[in-house]
Design a binder for this molecule. Structure first.
Ligand SMILES: [Mn+2]
Length: 270
């Protein structure tokens, strides 16, 4: 019996199944965590979603920016981009079932037993664990409500760029989503720069990877995330577990066994 956290799958179904074979995943005993962005870029988004839906009782999944993008496109409030590869999901007769299930998934997963906090992009440095859980829940409630369409319609945008407890309505929700699913670098005042997508060496002047700023979370808490394939860190690096190893770009897919911090990796099979 083991629990594995898995990095950004991005529609790479063959690679996912290959990794699960490699770790001898047993769905009657083991559990899987997914850092989000389970679809898009690869050619097997539909197969990934059907499989995760099928084993939903065995998994914990947090939403990534690509997962939310699928929800916006499937609900007709955002256009399909040229680079999107999830047309198979939109055309599937069970698309509504899969998207409704995906929409119920959280932005944050915390397990005190493992002392592990999983989000897609990371943890906004101005939030402690309690605040992060509270604000994640605000958006999760919104996504599960009748208002989800109105929110998905105004989901896109880089503003507001900085957290303020007085933010309200969809501006507040958009900031929370951006912090959990799109964040990479920010300045010392907490302003997100969502344009920057390069590596750790070329951060714009005055901006830092979110994990280099002082954290409100104790250093024994494992922070498990993905999203930033060009952020190459050893696994683990202090209490950081950056699991996006770029399988969508022909690199590797990574699993972390939470019981002993052992890392398993397979090459892309796409
Ligand atoms: Mn992402």
């Amino acid at each position: 019996m083991a629990t594995y956290a898995i990095g950004d799958v991005q529609g790479c179904y063959k690679t996912l199944r290959y990794l699960l074979k490699h770790i001898q995943f047993n769905p009657t005993q083991d559990r899987l965590w997914f850092v989000g962005d389970v679809i898009n870029r690869g050619q097997g988004s539909l197969a990934v979603l059907h499989y995760l839906y099928h084993i939903q009782d065995r998994i914990s999944l947090v939403l990534g920016n690509h997962d939310l993008h699928l929800l916006a496109v499937a609900n007709g409030v955002a256009p399909l981009k040229k680079t999107d590869t999830f047309q198979d999901v939109l055309n599937d007769p069970q698309s509504d079932m899969l998207c409704t299930w995906l929409r119920q998934q959280p932005l944050l997963h915390y397990d005190p037993h493992y002392k592990a906090l999983m989000t897609h992009a990371g943890l906004y440095p101005l939030w402690d664990l309690h605040t992060a859980q509270k604000v994640a829940q605000e958006v999760e409630t919104l996504l599960r409500s009748q208002d989800h369409l109105a929110f998905l319609n105004v989901l896109y945008g880089n503003q507001p760029a900085v957290w303020n407890e007085n933010l309200s309505g969809f501006d507040r929700a958009r900031f929370i989503v951006n912090a959990f699913t799109r964040m990479r670098v920010l300045n010392r005042e907490g302003h997100l720069n969502l344009e920057y997508k390069d590596d750790l060496e070329h951060c714009p002047s005055g901006f830092f990877p979110w994990f280099e700023l002082p954290s409100q979370v104790d250093s024994n808490t494992r922070l498990i995330f993905g999203h930033w394939a060009r952020c190459v860190l050893p696994i683990p690096h202090q209490n950081l577990y950056q699991l996006d190893t770029g399988c969508a770009w022909g690199n590797q897919l990574t699993a972390l066994r939470l019981e002993d911090d052992r890392v398993f990796q397979v090459d892309s099979q796409e």
